[in-house]
Design a protein around this ligand. Structure first.
Ligand code: FES
Length: 178
């Protein structure tokens, strides 16, 4: 399975409904993108093309906005999001090691990718989440898991996967002790 197989199945009627509700001028670009991402978790190419086709918004405008704001994603997301804090405190305390360990567990070896191929989890690097005393930390759903090393991050991931009955990629069994 590749991340292209995680692409959303875009419903054109839904996109047209958002255009009707939110407007089709350039000032509607952000609300339309928010509606798309709210539904699909990212901005599928097909949805963006439909916006360009049925509004006054140009391709240049919509891609300009989509790539300018950090809130928008152009790639599919997994069923669960793992945020790894890379604020100063977490960085100093070894956030990179959490990332490496989680990538290993999720079998994500391509630096350009952030989602496990089975569509289970997406890794996202974020700025300070305001829990610096627990650095380094990761966040799965609304749960902050702090004061962990790479092995602790892998353990927390396995625990979460068991709780939601999610299957991790095969490489999950190997651990990283740093
Ligand atoms: S730097 Fe990670 S919570 Fe503040």
């Amino acid at each position: 399975m590749t991340t292209s197989s995680l692409e959303a199945n875009v419903e054109p009627e839904l996109v047209k409904q958002w255009i009707t509700e939110l407007g089709g001028g350039p000032s509607s670009t952000v609300p339309l993108l928010q509606a798309i991402q709210g539904k699909y978790g990212y901005l599928p190419r097909k949805a963006m093309d439909l916006i360009v086709e049925h509004t006054e918004i140009t391709g240049r405008q919509i891609y300009g906005v989509a790539t300018f704001y950090a809130q928008f994603r152009l790639r599919p997301v997994g069923r669960y999001m793992i945020k790894v804090c890379h604020g100063t405190a977490c960085h100093v305390q070894g956030a990179d090691r959490l990332n490496t360990a989680l990538r290993h567990s999720l079998n994500i070896h391509d630096e350009a990718q952030d989602t496990a191929e089975n569509g289970s989890y997406t890794l996202e690097n974020v700025a300070c989440v305001g829990c610096c005393s627990q650095a380094p930390l990761m966040v799965i759903g609304k749960e902050v898991i702090g004061n962990i090393n790479g092995a602790g991050a892998q353990k927390a991931l396995r625990k979460h996967a068991r709780g939601v009955q999610e299957v991790l990629p095969k490489a999950e069994k190997q651990s990283v002790n740093s």
